[in-house]
Ligand binder design. Structure first.
Ligand code: AFP
Length: 342
């Protein structure tokens, strides 16, 4: 029996009708994004059968080897959303520069920034991957659209979300009034509201970090993880569990589902590179989702949503999840900074 939840379109229409509700333009854009995510879900599920697995033999702007599905997903999003009357332009992990949208009409009201396929190194081993998207207000009036128009702090986002291509395909979304999760019902090809108003527990015993980088971390991170590993015999007085999927969408979904703390901290492997994850299309949209669900997101030294981008592909250290655990990590960074200043 189909879950009695609302279809995405019904949910969005209700929010548009509410007082000071969702802008109709934005609701329509969200519907367009959901449609392309459904299409990607079907392609990803077919995997080898569709010949879309394996590497494309090319590199993206990050210097990372592209998987065939990275290229496929990026082109599918550009093609389908490149004619949206709601967009002025797009930016993607897979594109060096911005992609203006001029579908023969007046400029759309929004900018879309996305990671078309996050976790793509997991594709060939059939582990969950996802699409992350962020929507910012476009500049009003005429004039050429430039990358500078995209460089807005995360607090300016009007929508953030992701599609998770896992055992089930889910769309998780916020427009600033909480976080709602939808499950794709393949029998009807529609997203159905199954997890309204997600809330992240304030405390957790579960941390997610790539431990192989430990020797490269700064002292506050070394201290935090050491105390987690000491468990009930150490200063935290409780045991912890660890997870690492190497797919940010899956990690954040777990945090939104049962709490936890996810970290990709600064490491000294490449001193000029302040972290692995990208601000505009990974950290900022995930930070909006996490904050809207009662959690918090930080670089360790600054609220993620207040970071002012200076480049489309800028990287940042990421610490996000259960607010009391994130506060613990931030306190160690603050103490270390104060000691360094003395
Ligand atoms: P890929 O898209 O290249 O697989 O990177 C995924 C990711 O950006 C993020 O989703 C993961 O949390 C993180 O990288 C995993 O990084 P490590 O491979 O260094 O653990």
């Amino acid at each position: 029996m189909r879950n009695q939840g609302k279809f995405l379109a019904q949910f969005l229409n209700e929010k548009v009708r509410q007082d000071s509700g969702l802008e109709a333009d934005l609701a329509a854009l969200i519907g367009e994004i959901a449609t392309i995510c459904k299409s990607l879900s079907y392609a990803i599920r077919a995997g080898s059968l569709e010949g879309v697995l394996g590497t494309a033999g090319t590199e993206n702007v990050q210097g990372e080897t592209q998987q065939k599905l990275d290229v496929f997903a990026n082109e599918a999003m550009l093609d389908s959303l490149g004619v949206s009357e709601h967009l002025a332009g797009m930016a993607s992990e897979e594109l060096t520069d911005i992609h203006p949208v001029s579908a023969g009409h007046s400029r759309g009201r929004y900018l879309l920034i996305f990671d078309p396929l996050d976790g793509s190194s997991n594709i060939d081993v059939n582990v969950s991957v996802g699409t992350i998207f962020s929507v910012l207000p476009a500049p009003s009036g005429g004039g050429e659209l430039t990358a500078q128009h995209f460089l807005q702090p995360g607090r300016e986002q009007v929508c953030a979300g992701y599609a998770l291509y896992g055992p089930s395909t889910m769309l998780v979304l916020t427009t600033g009034s909480g976080v709602d999760a939808f499950t794709l019902d393949p029998r009807v090809g529609e997203f159905v509201l199954t997890h309204p108003q997600r809330q992240i527990p304030a405390d957790t015993r579960e941390f997610a970090v790539n431990m192989s980088n430990q020797r490269f971390w700064e002292p506050p991170m070394q201290r935090y993880i050491k105390e987690c590993l000491e468990g009930s015999t150490g200063p935290r007085g409780k045991d912890f569990n660890m997870r690492w999927v190497a797919s940010m969408v899956a990690e954040v979904h777990r945090v939104l589902s049962r709490g936890g703390i996810f970290m990709y901290p600064y490491d000294s492997r490449e001193p000029g590179r302040p972290g692995r994850l990208r601000l505009m299309y990974e950290a900022s949209p995930m930070a909006m989702l996490v904050e809207q669900a009662g959690g918090s997101a930080s670089t360790g030294y600054k609220r993620m949503l207040d970071v002012q981008p200076d480049d489309l592909h800028q990287r940042v250290p990421v610490i996000l999840g259960s607010r009391n655990e994130v506060a613990q990590v931030i306190s160690y960074h603050t103490q270390a900074a104060a000691e360094a200043a003395n």
